[in-house]
Design a protein around this ligand. Structure first.
Ligand code: SAH
Ligand code: MG
Length: 216
């Protein structure tokens, strides 16, 4: 039986604003539970309003580890005013820019999961460069330009413990299916081509790879 989130975790996830469909969320949860057995933190790039973070936090709680979630909270390119994925509720009227941190904090509080998550606010490569602890899971769901997706992979994959899981969202092999570009797909191919990963799950646009050897 695959690990499934408790009903209250699933309900909090479904109620949260964000971009993670339920089916893919269940696959993410299952990967997080498995990775949690390594006893290491679970790392997410791309918090947004905390929708996927709820699942990582639920799995972290079960495993007795911490979920770490990284975001500058100013939104990706396609989430800016005038773009397809913009949500006016995410704009801070005082500074006139997106700020998803307040919504994220409310989401996590409502779900009762604040004790299981550390939120790091900043640019992913800058945080990765300061990072020194091995992690059991890296979930890449940040910016969709090649620069950002590659930066996330290069910054965080080296911190993934052997046996740990690399999860990539928005992998669209067919250009006809993609919404925000194919950079995550190219990063997925790059990870496979490195020879350091073995694919273990495909769930729509979510891919789960296990780090089977060193060398990234
Ligand atoms: N995981 C979320 C969706 C993430 S959307 C969910 O389940 O709903 C992508 C997020 O990545 C945005 O909030 C954006 O601010 C963040 N982001 C994009 N590029 C980034 C970068 N270089 N560093 C940190 N965060 C980044
Ligand atoms: Mg995504």
């Amino acid at each position: 039986m695959p690990a499934a989130p408790k009903p209250e975790i699933l309900a909090a996830f479904e109620a949260a604003k964000g971009f993670m469909p339920v089916g893919e969320g269940l696959a993410l949860y299952e990967a997080a539970v498995e990775a949690g057995r390594l006893g290491l933190p679970l790392l997410e790039v791309g918090t947004y309003c905390g929708r996927s973070t709820i699942l990582l936090a639920g799995a972290a709680r079960e495993a007795g580890v911490t979920a770490v979630t990284v975001d500058h909270h100013r939104g990706s390119e396609e989430q800016q005013p005038g773009w397809e994925y913009h949500d006016p509720e995410t704009v801070d009227p005082e500074v006139g820019r997106m700020d998803t941190l307040p919504a994220f904090r409310r989401t996590l509080h409502r779900a009762g999961l604040e004790d299981h998550v550390v939120a790091v606010v900043g640019r992913s490569p800058q945080i990765a460069a300061l990072w020194r602890t091995p992690v059991g899971l890296v979930f890449i769901d940040g910016g969709h330009t090649d620069e950002h997706a590659n930066g996330d992979y290069e910054g965080w994959a080296p911190h993934l413990a052997e046996g740990g899981l690399l999860v990539i969202h928005d992998v669209f092999p067919d250009p006809a299916d993609e919404f925000t570009g194919q950079a995550p797909y190219r990063v997925y191919l790059r990870a496979l081509e490195s020879g350091a990963f073995t694919e273990i799950t495909v769930a729509d646009s979510l891919r789960v790879l296990r780090r089977t050897r060193a060398g990234i």
